[in-house]
Design a protein around this ligand. Structure first.
Ligand SMILES: Nc1ncnc2c1ncn2[C@@H]1O[C@H](COP(=O)(O)OP(=O)(O)OP(=O)(O)O)[C@@H](O)[C@H]1O
Ligand SMILES: [Mg+2]
Length: 407
């Protein structure tokens, strides 16, 4: 009988927390979704845990719902991280190849990546990812897999993602309180890319824009590597708040109105179509035109997408991103989001729905699950590293516990 591996993704979003359990047969590459638990999230602000108790309760519920559906208990999971505190930089490392016959070994690759990650990181931040972009062997650039090749001098270009240590610690603490281990922490924009991009798109050049509740996460790829990641501290919740203020209606009603009648462009709705807006407190309901609603939503969506555009520009992409823009996350579902993104970026745009899994597909094919499914793909592709970093964390935790008990 072939062995089955269980991989769990935990998307700690600002509007929902979702836990996704998948199983992968040893001889298969396709994860099979067997459990999904999703609960509203209200313990986060702009992607960062601000209310630990609420977050712990929500994570517990999401995980136990997923466990119940899957009929299994899980011990560990892969969690997403995002927020305004995330920073990313590109860095460079150089080493001399160690073997006399000049054949590049895995330890050379490890050493050169270590050399590239040796940049000064402030004491209150920690490294989340060091993502190799390409290697250069004796001035020959563009090499993806240097192991086994021959050379004297090996260089690495890497993309380093760092996060505020407190934000990282609070995620570990919240998951720890649910008595689960964190196998790995993955940048949400990176996770979403794993679920919705093909290798061809990454080669041609593409940007992922994940429009969430309070954050919009961006990842830019070209020449097959990640080049820039960033977060804009705005999302669908800001759109809803604008509607609540503009139409003087409670936030819950504003959200419903947005989902039912909202659009990003006034040209997409019939100006004569009226909708009923409930008043705040005892005030009477009023009728307004869908056009008025779209004129409230439009400027905020334009702000979010323009900020995303500025971030994508920072990647210094060559002329154009030939595979265009892939929008995902709940905000991508707003009618007119594609058209508005096309206008702002002047590039082809499509919606990214998570793919590459089977099982309970219909449960998780919405763009709101791009991050959750992406975390599973990340676990599948980086199985060894994930296991190793989980173990290191485990050892560190034991040392910390021993210290706490003895000093
Ligand atoms: N059909 C829809 N039309 C318009 N907006 C939608 C639709 N469905 C969801 N949204 C919006 O998407 C947002 C939630 O998206 P998502 O679930 O991707 O966020 P999240 O992952 O919880 O947040 P974040 O990524 O910021 O942490 C909400 O603001 C919601 O109003
Ligand atoms: Mg999200």
């Amino acid at each position: 009988m072939s062995q089955v591996r269980t991989i769990v993704g935990l998307d700690i979003g600002t509007t929902k927390i979702s836990a996704i359990i998948a199983e992968v047969d040893q001889d298969s590459e396709i994860p099979r979704l067997v459990g999904l638990g999703m609960v509203p999230s209200d313990g986060l602000k702009r992607g960062v845990v601000v209310d630990l108790e609420k977050t712990v309760r929500a994570i517990s519920k999401a995980v136990s719902d997923a466990e119940l559906m899957a009929g299994i208990n899980i011990d560990s999971l892969i969690a997403g991280i995002s927020g305004e505190h995330i920073r990313s930089i590109n860095s460079h490392g150089v080493i001399a190849v160690s073997r006399n016959d000049n054949e590049i070994s895995d330890s050379d690759v490890e050493r050169v990546v270590d050399a590239a990650r040796a940049v000064a990181i402030p004491a209150d931040r920690e490294i989340v990812h060091v993502l190799p972009q390409e290697f250069v062997i004796d001035e020959q650039s563009g090499i993806k897999v240097p192991i086994g090749m021959s050379g004297v001098r090996l260089e690495a270009e890497v993309h380093i993602v760092t996060a505020a240590s407190t934000a990282v610690r609070n995620i570990y603490r919240a998951i720890g309180k649910c008595e689960k281990e964190v196998e790995a922490l993955v940048l949400e924009a990176l996770a979403s890319s794993y679920a919705i991009l093909t290798e061809d798109e990454q080669e041609l050049g593409v940007a992922v824009i994940d429009i969430g509740g309070s954050t919009t996460n961006i990842a830019v790829y070209f020449d097959g590597s990640i080049r820039h990641t960033s977060t804009v501290p705005l999302g669908g919740k800001n759109v809803t708040n604008d509607i609540a203020i503009g139409l003087r209606t409670p936030v819950d009603q504003a959200e419903e109105i947005k989902l039912e009648y909202g659009a990003a462009l006034t040209s997409m709705v019939d100006a004569g179509e009226m909708i009923s807006v409930p008043g705040v407190g005892s005030r009477a309901a009023r009728d307004i035109s869908r056009n008025v609603l779209a004129s409230i939503i439009g400027p905020r969506m334009e702000e979010i997408l323009s900020m995303a555009y500025r971030e994508v520009k920072k990647s210094n992409f060559p002329e154009t991103l030939a595979a265009g823009i892939v929008i995902t996350g709940g905000g991508s579902l707003l009618p007119g989001a594609i058209e508005m993104t096309e206008q702002i970026f002047d590039m082809p745009v499509k919606i990214g729905k998570p793919t590459g899994f089977d099982g309970l597909v219909e449960l998780a094919q919405s763009p709101i699950h791009a991050t959750g499914i992406g975390l599973i793909h990340y676990g599948l592709r980086h199985g060894d590293e994930v296991a190793r970093s989980g173990k290191t964390r485990g050892v560190l935790k034991k040392i910390e516990k021993w210290f706490n008990e003895h000093f």
